[in-house]
Every structure is written in structure tokens, then in C-alpha cells.
Design a protein around this ligand. Structure first.
Ligand code: HEC
Ligand code: HEC
Ligand code: HEC
Ligand code: HEC
Ligand code: HEC
Length: 351
């Protein structure tokens, strides 16, 4: 029995020796800390990516823009979309799909269900996110005029986006090519010194704003508006209220006094007075054009082109009226040129 115990003890001891031989003893206490190293040079400040992105991409900011956009004409297009959104030659301005295709450089003719402009239609992708990041824009290229593709207009800003859709589809000289007009079911030849108004839609189209701002498209000496240097965006976007400015695209007149018209004390009254004075002259011209047979007027007092054959003089007055009516700024886009168009029309009609 004791022999067995001894043998077992020897075995345990020898195992202990085997293991303890290879073990180190406990570590000594830490030494005294060395002197601090010299400070490194400061690195250059980086861009605070997060706060820059949040200038635009915060929930508050985005919701605000969506709210303004929801009440805009672009988001609520009506007949312009349902009728023209998928039509060749119209879709480039009247639907999101048509515009995206146009900017990409091709024309699609198979839009099934046209949709209104959305954020993506005017914006698109950032591309790079270095440096100062601006809102990505679908296009800011100079605007090639539909009435004269050899001419392009550069507002040198995001306003070129607006001008891509807001430029005239026709000039008056198009109607010089009309050689006969159907009047009361009878095709009638347009004689020398006469012009044929061949459609109840005759005019530059409701997109005449860029041309008018540049003093183009009417009869009378051309003159560019000082407002051309302002661009569409400064007046139609800018600081917003709940119902105007920003992404409503409806001008917030308060922006005019901040930027330029600081001496005007009541900008609403100032604008209304100019609007009414222009409208009064336009209405007098329209009445004379009804008498001359170039316009017709309905019970609501709404004037539209009358299919007719008129003298050159009446046509020029008619055309200037249509440019102003379809531009629809009652002078703001180019006060001087409006005055020229009005004066020319009045003279042609003997007013
Ligand atoms: C160059 C761009 C452009 C093209 C091309 C264009 N439109 Fe328009 N159209 C506009 C703009 C811009 C407006 C509205 C401006 C405004 O509200 O003041 C408009 C307005 C309209 C309206 C609404 C007018 C109303 O009664 O309120 C209709 C309808 C319309 N267009 C039909 C057409 C048709 C049909 C075609 C093709 C034959 C066409 N458009 C081609 C830009 C365009
Ligand atoms: C009809 C074209 C158009 C549409 C549609 C549009 N935007 Fe814009 N947006 C612009 C233009 C132009 C600017 C640049 C304004 C400038 O140059 O000051 C802009 C600027 C912005 C900015 C930069 C900050 C600011 O408020 O100016 C943000 C963010 C923005 N848009 C978001 C949106 C969102 C979100 C939508 C959809 C709900 C939208 N946009 C729809 C034309 C559009
Ligand atoms: C001046 C305003 C603005 C700033 C600043 C901004 N964005 Fe945008 N961003 C937009 C607008 C506008 C859109 C287009 C939205 C749309 O089309 O629906 C957009 C789209 C995007 C998209 C989706 C499309 C794409 O480009 O891939 C991403 C992702 C994005 N932004 C990331 C960022 C980041 C990250 C930053 C910061 C580095 C930033 N944005 C700064 C306005 C801005
Ligand atoms: C893709 C073409 C397109 C672009 C880009 C575009 N618009 Fe328009 N805009 C239209 C059409 C089409 C209408 C008419 C909507 C309708 O009633 O069918 C319109 C209507 C308007 C209206 C009248 C809205 C109303 O309440 O009746 C204003 C103002 C306007 N646009 C200003 C602008 C400004 C400013 C820009 C640039 C920031 C711009 N648009 C960019 C096509 C465009
Ligand atoms: C100097 C400021 C200013 C500039 C620049 C400007 N607009 Fe306007 N625009 C206005 C005002 C103000 C009205 C409304 C006038 C009125 O009803 O008396 C208006 C009217 C319009 C209308 C008619 C809106 C409707 O209700 O039918 C359209 C469309 C339009 N502008 C688009 C544009 C486009 C596109 C550009 C650039 C090519 C542009 N504007 C440049 C201030 C401006």
C-alpha cells in the first residue's frame, strides 16, 4: 500500500517538475513612464460631410420642399399632361418620361402612361460628392431654341433648366407659309399682303417666356430685359412662404425687394399696378382684334384665335397679343419689350 503511494507521489512530482521548468515567474512592477513625445502637426480641416448633406437631406427640409412642390402647377398639370404628356413633339415638355428622354438625347414615342414632373425629372444624380455639393440638376446646358435651332441661349444658371421647356414653339413667320385656310367649311386661298390664321391655337404656345425675356418672337425692335440677368429661378423660386416661392414656382414678391427693388415700399401694390396697366392695353388690343376678325371672344370674356384671313398689319398685332397672352407675365419678364409689342400692335390697329 505505502509503496503504491510512493510511486504515485513520484509520478505527480515529476509531472510538476516538467511543467514548472517551462513557466516564467510573475512580471515585475511597471517602470516609470517616459517623457511625452512632441505634438504632431494639425491635419487640414475636412469638409463636414454629414452637416453639408443635411443642408438638403434632413427630413424637415425634404418634407418642406415636398409640401411646396405638391401645390405647384408642375405637380398638378391637368390637360397639359393628359392630352400632351405622351404625344410626339409635346412629351419633351409635358411629362416626366418625355423630358428625361429629351435630356438624354432621344425621343421616345411609346409612353404608355405619362406622369407629371417629379423630383427626379429636374434633378437626377449627384455624380461626385466631393467639395461643395449642389443639388444635382437634370440639365443646365444652354437652351437650343425650338424656333431656331441654330440659336442657343445661356442664362448661365439653373434657369437654363426652365428655359428648356419654357421657350416658344413658333414664330409669326410660320404663318407666312399658310397658303389656304378653311373658313366655314370652304378652303380659301390666302392672297398677297394677307396672312392666314389657320388654327384656334395659333400663337407661340404657352411656353414663350424665355424668348420674351430675351426680346424675341414679337414684332417691333428687340430689347433684352434686365430681368434676363436675374434668371427664372431667382424670381420663381427663392425664399418661400407656405404658398409661394421655392418649389411652388409661384413668385414670392418679397424676394424682389430683398434682391433688387429695395426702394419699393409695397411690392404687391407695385406689381398689381403694372399688371393692371398692361392688361388694360392688352384688352383694348384684343377687342380691336375681335372687330378685325382675328380673335373671337366667349361669354366669359376669354379671347381665342379665330380661323381667318387678315392683313399683315392685323396679323402682326394679333401675333404680339398672342405672345404676351401666352407668356402670361403681364410685362414682368420684359417690361421694355412688352411696351414695344403693345405700341406696335396699337399702331397697326390704329388705336
Ligand atoms: C417647349 C416645351 C413645350 C412643348 C414642346 C409643348 N408644350 Fe404645351 N405647354 C408648355 C408650357 C411651359 C405650358 C404652360 C405654361 C404656363 O402654365 O404658363 C404649356 C401649356 C399647355 C397646355 C395647357 C394650356 C391651358 O389651356 O392651360 C396644353 C393643353 C398644351 N400645352 C398642349 C401641348 C401640346 C398638344 C403640345 C404638342 C403639340 C405641346 N403642348 C407642346 C410647354 C410645351
Ligand atoms: C421643375 C423642376 C424641379 C422639380 C420638379 C423639383 N426641383 Fe428641386 N430644384 C429645382 C431647381 C431649379 C433648383 C435650384 C434652385 C437654385 O438654383 O437656387 C432646385 C433646388 C433643390 C434643392 C436645393 C435646395 C433648395 O431648396 O434650393 C433641393 C433639396 C431640391 N431642389 C429638392 C427637390 C425635391 C425633393 C423635389 C421633389 C419634391 C424637387 N426638388 C423637384 C428644380 C426642380
Ligand atoms: C444642395 C442640396 C443638396 C446637398 C447639399 C446634397 N444633396 Fe443629395 N440630393 C439633392 C437632390 C435635390 C437630390 C435629387 C433627389 C431626387 O431626384 O429625388 C439628391 C439626391 C441624392 C441621392 C440619390 C441620387 C444619387 O445621386 O445617387 C443621394 C444618395 C444623395 N443625394 C446623397 C447626398 C450626400 C451623401 C450628400 C452630402 C455629401 C448630399 N447628397 C448633399 C440635394 C442635395
Ligand atoms: C419638363 C419641362 C419643364 C421644366 C423643366 C420646367 N417647366 Fe414650368 N411648366 C411646364 C409645363 C408643361 C407647365 C404647365 C403645366 C400644366 O398646366 O400642364 C409649366 C408651368 C409652369 C408655371 C405655371 C404654374 C401654374 O401654377 O400654372 C410656372 C410659373 C413655371 N412652369 C415656371 C418654371 C420654372 C421657374 C422652371 C425652372 C425652375 C420650370 N418651370 C421648369 C414645363 C416645365
Ligand atoms: C423678374 C422676375 C421674373 C423673372 C426673371 C421671370 N419671371 Fe416668370 N413671372 C414673374 C411674375 C411676377 C409673374 C406673374 C405676373 C403677373 O401675373 O402679373 C410671372 C409669370 C410667369 C408665368 C405665368 C404663370 C401663370 O400663372 O400663368 C410663367 C410660366 C413664368 N413666369 C415662367 C418664367 C420662366 C420660365 C422664366 C425664365 C425664362 C421667368 N418666368 C422669368 C416673375 C419673373
Amino acid at each position: 500500500m505505502s509503496k503504491k503511494i510512493n510511486l504515485f507521489a513520484i509520478l505527480v512530482l515529476s509531472l510538476m517538475v516538467m511543467f514548472t521548468v517551462s513557466c516564467e515567474g510573475p512580471a515585475g512592477a511597471d517602470g516609470i513612464a517616459g517623457a511625452d513625445g512632441a505634438d504632431g502637426a494639425d491635419g487640414a480641416d475636412g469638409v463636414d460631410a454629414n452637416s453639408n448633406c443635411l443642408d438638403c437631406h434632413s427630413a424637415d427640409r425634404w418634407d418642406g420642399i415636398e409640401g411646396l412642390y405638391a401645390i405647384s402647377g408642375h405637380a398638378n398639370p391637368g390637360r397639359g399632361l393628359t392630352y400632351a404628356g405622351a404625344l410626339d413633339g409635346c412629351a419633351r415638355c409635358h411629362s416626366g418620361q418625355g423630358f428625361t428622354d429629351f435630356v438624354a438625347g432621344y425621343t421616345r414615342t411609346d409612353i404608355d402612361e405619362a406622369s407629371a414632373l417629379s423630383c427626379e425629372s429636374c434633378h437626377g444624380n449627384h455624380g461626385v460628392l466631393e467639395g461643395d455639393v449642389d443639388a444635382p440638376m437634370a440639365t443646365t446646358d444652354p437652351v437650343v431654341l425650338i424656333v431656331d435651332p441654330t440659336m442657343s441661349i445661356d442664362l448661365a444658371s439653373t434657369s437654363n433648366l426652365c428655359g428648356t421647356c419654357h421657350n416658344s414653339r413658333r414664330n409669326g413667320d410660320y404663318y407666312a407659309t399658310v397658303d389656304s385656310v378653311e373658313i366655314d367649311g370652304v378652303m380659301t386661298e390666302v392672297g398677297d399682303g394677307m396672312m392666314g390664321i389657320s388654327s384656334t391655337h395659333a400663337g407661340p404656345h404657352y411656353s414663350a417666356q424665355l424668348n420674351t425675356m430675351k426680346g424675341l418672337g414679337g414684332y417691333g425692335a428687340s430689347s433684352e430685359s434686365t430681368h434676363a440677368t436675374v434668371g427664372c429661378v431667382s424670381c420663381h423660386m427663392g425664399e418661400s412662404t407656405d404658398t409661394q416661392g421655392g418649389h411652388t414656382f409661384d413668385p414670392n414678391l418679397a424676394n424682389c425687394t430683398v434682391a433688387c427693388h429695395s426702394s419699393v415700399t409695397d411690392i404687391e401694390a407695385f406689381a398689381t399696378e403694372k399688371h393692371d396697366a398692361t392688361k388694360a392695353r392688352m384688352d383694348a388690343i384684343a377687342d380691336a382684334l375681335v372687330t378685325a376678325g382675328a380673335l373671337s371672344v366667349d361669354d366669359d370674356g376669354h379671347y381665342s384665335p379665330a380661323v381667318s384671313i387678315v392683313t399683315d398689319d392685323v396679323f402682326e398685332a394679333f401675333w404680339n397679343y398672342r405672345v404676351m397672352y401666352q407668356d402670361h407675365s403681364y410685362g414682368v419678364h420684359n417690361p421694355g419689350y412688352y411696351n414695344t409689342m403693345l405700341t406696335t400692335a396699337e399702331a397697326k390697329l390704329g388705336l
